[in-house]
Design a protein around this ligand. Structure first.
Ligand SMILES: [Zn+2]
Length: 267
């Protein structure tokens, strides 16, 4: 390890569960972050800070002024720019030796498995249920660990999905909720710090997965409610009839028809 990095990562290396070996592991690891928004911003920042060698960023959107209360990778001057370019620029200034793969496109049933296969772990930083189910199914099909999270208003939830070891998103919620039942932040709002907490926790889970430190939140759903100041962890069993990871699997290839949400009208 170059001497600059010995200093840069000295506080990581001092943590017994990480050490020099864990730091070396981080430097040779790669992580894909789906969405450079409220969850992706802190997740990408902390993965870069932790010394992960290569980060993939996939996002098809452009920076909007309404994103700036929580999407801390994007400076105000980047409103209107592609989120991937904005995020890559911020991260390159923060850590010049970081390898960044920017994919200025949406995650789809066509590209998800190909992209997931290129990385050691994936973070779901998306903001809608169809994309979250797509992430979970692609993780199961490719055997790639995925840290799922969702955030709205003052809180959210997180589950680490380790294919073959624990439940997937469909074990927790078998059916894609309708649009009515899953309002987005554009309807009910989101406090930036809530996204900061969940996205940071996602980065923490990935650091644990890559270094082997601690116990991942696999089969355990973390629920954070900051307005009441509560944090709960509840067991989630694998569902043997799950269409994605159960004993008889219906989902063997990704098909865009599995990610259409009831209540979306085509114009
Ligand atoms: Zn499942």
């Amino acid at each position: 390890m170059p001497q600059d990095n010995q200093i840069r990562y000295s506080r990581n290396i001092l943590v017994e569960e990480i050490g020099a070996a864990g730091q070396e592991k981080l430097s040779t690891s790669s992580v894909l972050v789906v969405g450079a928004g409220g969850l992706g911003s802190p997740a990408l920042y902390y993965l870069a800070a932790a010394g992960v060698g290569r980060l993939g960023i996939i996002d098809g959107d452009r920076v909007d002024a309404s994103n700036l209360n929580r999407q801390i990778l994007h400076p105000a001057g980047n409103v209107g720019s592609r989120k991937t370019a904005s995020a890559a620029g911020t991260l390159a200034a923060f850590r010049p030796d970081l390898a960044i793969d920017a994919y200025p496109e949406r995650l789809t049933a066509d590209n998800a498995c190909r992209l997931f296969d290129r990385y050691d772990a994936v973070i779901d930083g998306t903001d809608n249920f169809p994309a979250k189910y797509l992430c979970s199914d692609a993780a199961v099909l490719t055997g790639t660990p995925l840290v799922h999270a969702g955030v709205l208003r003052f809180g959210g939830q997180l589950l680490t999905i380790i294919p073959g070891k624990g439940p997937c998103l469909r074990c927790l919620l078998p059916d894609l909720p309708s649009v009515e039942d899953s309002p987005g932040s554009a309807r009910v709002g989101i406090v930036g710090a809530a996204a900061g907490i969940l996205g940071s926790w996602q980065a923490m889970e990935v650091v644990k997965l890559l270094t082997g430190a601690g116990d991942p939140l696999c089969g355990r759903l973390l629920t954070i409610d900051t307005i009441n100041g509560t944090v709960n962890v509840t067991p989630v069993p694998r569902n043997t009839t799950c269409p994605a990871c159960g004993d008889v699997r219906r989902i063997r290839v990704l098909s865009s028809s599995d990610y259409i949400q009831e209540g979306i009208c085509s114009e």
